[in-house]
Design a protein around this ligand. Structure first.
Ligand code: ATP
Length: 547
């Protein structure tokens, strides 16, 4: 097989991974049009290239079966091959228009048209998901309306692009260097490298909103309190029923969305045709303005809302990051961060005693392989995957922690005893070490303590004013434990930035993600104000606030 069999007519588009062309399929008697998708891998390492070749073949087989059995719902795959380091897919040409082109040429969709589109495309999604495939890049550019029958065809599956971004990390593991998906259409779990079927539902909901409003998700204002998109005012004639369905499909947390395409199709079928314009359906739940409160107050509503309100800014940041670096080098981070130990509740609500000498295992921000996210076998197995990965990483992290604890407990305790009786001179020794310490380490240490189950140590790192703030910690240390030990499974430090530093003060911005025990991931951007202790010269947290 070779490219010369498919003479190029013209370019159709160019994306992050290559170029799509209109071509002629000379292998067929009528020499019909075909589409040539040329993909260029990120890595030029020969070992990685071989790996990509193997995976590319697997993915081509998947696409072949998907096309063959789909009854025209997705383009057929005619051929695949590798030529001069470039990877090629030869696909059926769909004579039609993308949804984006349709809106540009014919204007916005009516509710009836959107309902028809959803009724047509949801069975395709059911079909794709039943084969264990998450599309991962549903958007108006990737759904075509075929001229002959106006039926929607799903194009441009994300998995093959993800394969192109395969790299080998320093530890020898394979990972994907790029998040597949389009800014604004990617839900939070997909941005964390864990796409699931509900991720496609999210993107489809936003696609429908685009058809009704003409606005991409990034162009729609979100409610400052909840982060929910204020799209209804842009489409005031849409019925309450459809608003409700679309709002459910675009919930931030996957568990609040339709779990599968059948559920959404079912609601669409039973809901009546357009009648009453929507009035505040799915309206945002307000969150308290007290930002510090959302750091710890462990009520599910607050968690959801704080996630909502924070997810969009984070998404914006990630978009900027992804776009800014030309889509290269944005490594998908896994969740193998260090673990809390079940002894978390040992103190049972009593005020903890000083325990600042617990060993600190800095296991944050690890880069891990994300190779299992390509095809989720089913919703259930997708969940299993996530759980088992978490479980696996927890075990290994716990081992690391235990190991480190064993190694470092003793010296730590000795230091404690020493410190009590020590003279100023020894304090000066400590000082010399600490002068050079980065204030960012203090922040990282705080989260490491939490991940290691050293809640009392973390609590003691907080300024007294925050500990005693009744709106943040109504039950003191118990409130702190309620959040960290009972609701948060892991906290991942994504980024730490030293904003400013003098001899005495420092400001550190961090981007973290809470992995919630109930499921879901909640990103947060937090600002720490630290000051240097006059006596110990250690950096101490003075204030914490959301950014
Ligand atoms: N099977 C197809 N039949 C007809 N036209 C197609 C087909 N596949 C893609 N196109 C057209 O080519 C355009 C670009 O294709 P596609 O979305 O696959 O890749 P891209 O935009 O170049 O990059 P990326 O894959 O990164 O999105 C589409 O918007 C569509 O107009």
């Amino acid at each position: 097989m070779s490219l010369s069999l498919y003479p190029i007519i013209r370019k159709l588009g160019e994306g992050g991974f290559g170029t799509t062309y209109l071509a002629t399929n000379t292998l067929m008697p009528s020499q019909p049009y075909c589409v040539v998708k040329q993909l260029t891998p990120t890595s030029t390492d020969p070992k990685v290239q071989q790996l990509i070749k193997d995976r590319f073949k697997q993915e081509a087989i998947t696409l072949e079966h998907l096309g063959k059995d789909s009854n025209g719902k997705v383009p057929s795959l005619y051929a695949y091959f590798v030529e001069r380091g470039e990877f090629y897919l030869i696909q059926e040409y769909i004579d039609g228009q993308t949804l984006n082109e349709r809106v540009q040429t014919q204007g916005l969709f009516t509710e009836i048209q959107v309902r028809q589109l959803l009724t047509d495309i949801l069975p395709t999604l059911i079909y794709v998901h039943q084969r264990g495939i998450v599309h991962r890049d549903i958007k108006p550019d990737n759904i075509m309306l075929r001229h002959r029958d106006d039926k929607p065809i799903l194009i441009d599956f994300g998995a093959v692009k993800e394969i192109m971004s395969t790299i080998v990390t320093a530890s020898g593991a394979t990972a994907q260097s790029i998040l597949i998906g389009t800014p604004g259409f990617m839900p939070i779990e997909q941005m964390s490298g864990r796409p699931m079927f509900a991720s496609d539902i999210y993107a489809l909901g936003l696609t429908a909103i685009y058809l009704l409003t003409g606005k991409m998700p990034t162009e729609i204002e979100s409610d400052p309190d909840s982060g929910n998109l204020n799209w209804q005012s842009l489409a005031p004639n849409v019925s309450q029923q459809l608003v409700k369905i679309l709002n459910r499909s675009i919930q931030h947390l996957s568990r609040d969305r339709y779990q599968n395409a059948q559920e959404m199709l079912h609601d669409l079928n039973i809901s009546s045709s357009p009648s009453t314009p929507a009035q505040n359906i799915g309206s945002p739940i307000p969150i308290p303005n007290d930002y510090e409160k959302t750091l710890y107050v462990p009520t599910p509503t607050t968690t959801r809302n704080s996630e909502s309100s924070q997810a969009r800014p984070l998404i914006a940041t990630l978009i900027a990051t992804i776009v800014g670096v030309g889509l290269i080098g944005f490594l998908v981070l896994g969740y193998n961060s260090s673990r809390k130990e079940s002894s978390a509740n040992k103190n049972n609500g009593q005020q903890p005693v000083a325990n600042n000498n617990d060993p600190v295992t800095n296991s944050n921000s690890k880069i891990t392989s994300n190779s299992n996210s390509t095809n989720a076998r089913s919703n259930e197995s997708s969940r299993e995957n996530t759980t088992s990965n978490t479980a696996r990483s927890k075990t290994s992290s716990r081992e690391t922690t235990a190991d480190n604890t064993a190694r470092s407990n003793k010296p730590s305790r000795e230091t404690t005893t020493d410190n009590i009786d020590r003279s100023n001179e020894s304090n000066r020794e400590t000082t010399t070490d600490n002068i050079d310490r980065d204030p960012k380490d203090t922040v990282r240490d705080y989260y490491s303590k939490i991940n290691n189950g050293n809640y009392s140590g973390a609590w003691n790192s907080l300024p007294t004013a925050l500990q005693n703030n009744k709106s943040v910690h109504p039950n003191g240390y118990n409130s702190f434990l309620d959040w960290w030990a009972k609701q948060v499974a892991d906290v991942e430090v994504r980024q730490t930035n030293l904003v400013s530093q003098t001899d005495r003060d420092a400001v550190v911005d961090v981007e973290i993600e809470y992995l919630m025990r109930a499921g879901g991931v909640s990103p947060q951007k937090i600002r720490y104000v630290l000051s240097k202790n006059d006596r110990t010269y250690e950096w101490e947290i003075q204030r914490i606030g959301l950014r």
